[in-house]
Design a protein around this ligand. Structure first.
Ligand code: HEM
Length: 507
């Protein structure tokens, strides 16, 4: 690997900071679809956006290109044995048991929950703009909306966000990702200590260390776990007392977790998720499903504000579909062509998760769809990757590859999805679960919530776009790079809280 890629180099500290978009674009422009970047300790990481290589990473050789140890270990220590903490047959078994909760049949069932939550948002915005256009931080509202959507449709729990309730669970979840990100050093050390010490000893050690950030995160972990457990116990008691009792719950007991608990009450024990696994999935569904969805929705509204023609076209399509029914059904939502095109194009060009990290568990050969040249000018069709190499699959650049999407690959053009796609898209044979792109990746660890997320975005847009017009304020919006991309106003990139001011008015 070293020889073939000698001149394809960058530095790791450029890769993961809020200003990293230009770095990633430059890396791709300068070195193409494979580059090597030096890590903090001089170790080498491979940055890959070649379609065939990414298929191998996510699908064919997934067990070799597994998620990193610090990720697995820290998730096991914090939220327990969820999809984020397991691998191999254990992970496969969990996926199989979770699948029915994400089926199209179940998505039809939960569509009314999405509408119910979005109506609360609509009422709030409606009163804010009652006296004319107002500047609103749209990212803040999308964050609240996404949390309440996954709360109600995922857990059958309301955070009371739109009623102004101060909810401890909600506060802890909102602080989770920023608090965890500030402990990256600790996360990287975990694989060296968690095999040696019992979790209780680790906890004691964590509390004894003079490290306020760690103590704060440990408090969040305790709150989230005890709240998840409480919701689970209450639900289980209700379900055990008879099906009629489910209507007493938020969302009438149609949420994902109720479905899983119900299945566990009737099925044989040895093919069920354990209580511990179920409670662990609750936190992970919220952590995985909130900031991703709010990033995607914010991005769509941002783009629609910059492209008023597309906004009008979408509004017209939605208004015509509504006629006299206020809530579009699941089947209507998935059949509107321009709504589909706007979602696909936004998720293609601006993947909310711009890249994912893997570590090779053995030596492996990575094939390439197009040869690259090594330092001696020789053509290289595949790369030898040694065991324990970190490989960063760069979804952002793969999704906007001009050799796949054409010369206009970097432009936002929803219309491209209304005509037949170029042959080069089929030829690239991208094995992502969604729309020839890798936004939700593919293979055994693909996003389990991708249909859920499609549907919630569409339900939200179907309620919001016919009611409000979105226009830019003139402030320069900078999208920050990160595990999940988020908007900020130029000059405030360093602060965590997302900012996307827009002028909102009634239609
Ligand atoms: C636009 C929105 C979303 C995007 C772009 C997105 C993207 C992704 C990506 C790239 C992964 C793979 C991460 C990795 O393996 O390193 C992933 C995994 C996952 N996502 Fe999503 N996601 C979205 C929404 C959701 C929603 C709404 C939910 C829950 C309802 C969800 C639940 C999950 C879970 C549980 C995993 C872990 C799957 C596993 O390891 O088996 N995601 N997502």
């Amino acid at each position: 690997m070293g020889c073939a890629l000698k001149q394809r180099e960058g530095h790791l500290h450029h890769m993961f900071n809020p200003y990293a978009y230009p770095f990633h674009e430059g890396l791709y422009r300068t070195y193409g679809k494979v580059a090597r970047v030096y890590g903090f300790l001089g170790d080498i990481q491979l940055v890959v956006s070649d379609p065939m290589a990414c298929n191998n990473i996510f699908v064919k050789d997934q067990p070799i290109f597994e998620v990193t140890e610090p990720f697995l270990r820290s998730n096991m220590q914090t939220t327990g044995p969820s999809l984020f903490a397991t691998t191999g047959s254990h992970h496969r078994m969990q996926r199989k048991l979770l699948n029915p909760a994400f089926s199209t049949k179940h998505m039809r069932y939960i569509t009314p929950i999405f509408h119910g939550v979005t109506k609360q948002l609509r009422e709030n915005l409606w009163s804010i703009v009652s006296n004319g256009p107002e500047e609103i931080n749209v990212a803040d509202w999308m964050g609240k909306l996404a949390l309440e959507l996954i709360g109600q449709a995922g857990l059958g729990y309301s955070f009371g966000i739109f009623e102004g309730r101060d909810d401890e669970y909600c506060r802890a979840l909102k602080e989770w990702i920023p608090a965890q990100s500030s402990l990256a050093v600790f996360q990287n050390l975990l694989p060296y200590v968690d095999n040696i010490f019992h979790p209780k000893v680790l906890k004691f050690m964590g509390r004894t260390l003079p490290w306020p950030k760690l103590h704060h995160f440990m408090d969040l972990v305790e709150t989230v776990n005890s709240k998840s457990r409480g919701i689970y116990e209450a639900k289980k008691r209700l379900l055990e007392s008879g099906d009629d009792a489910t209507v007493k719950q938020v969302g009438d007991g149609k949420d994902l977790i109720s479905l899983l608990i119900r299945a566990s009450l009737v099925g044989p024990e040895d093919v069920q998720l354990s209580e511990e696994e179920l409670v662990a999935q609750m936190a992970v569904l919220i952590i995985a499903g909130t900031d991703t969805t709010s990033s995607a929705l914010s991005r769509i509204l941002h783009l629609l504000s910059l492209h008023p023609d597309a906004q009008d076209k979408l509004r017209k399509e939605l208004q015509e579909a509504h006629e006299d029914n206020e809530e579009l059904t699941h089947d209507q939502l998935v059949s509107l062509p321009f709504l589909e095109a706007v979602c696909r194009e936004t998720l293609r060009l601006y993947a909310p998760v711009p890249g994912v990290m893997r570590t090779t568990r053995s030596d492996v050969v990575l094939p390439l769809s197009a040869p690259i040249r090594d330092v001696d000018g020789r053509e290289v069709h595949e790369i030898f990757v040694p065991k324990n190499t970190n490989v960063f699959a760069q979804i952002y650049n793969l999704n906007r590859d001009p050799s796949i999407w054409g010369a206009d690959a970097a432009e936002w053009k929803p219309e491209r999805w209304l005509a037949p796609l170029p042959q080069s898209v089929a030829d690239a044979n991208i094995q992502g679960v969604y729309a020839n792109i890798m936004t939700f990746i593919g293979g055994p660890r693909a996003c389990v919530g991708f249909k859920f997320s499609q549907l919630e975005m569409k339900a939200v847009l179907s309620q919001v776009i016919p009611a409000f017009r979105f226009a830019p304020t003139g402030a320069e919006i900078v999208w920050r790079y990160g595990i999940i991309s988020s908007p900020s106003v130029k000059g405030s990139v360093g602060t965590f809280h997302p900012k996307l001011p827009m002028i909102v008015s009634r239609v």
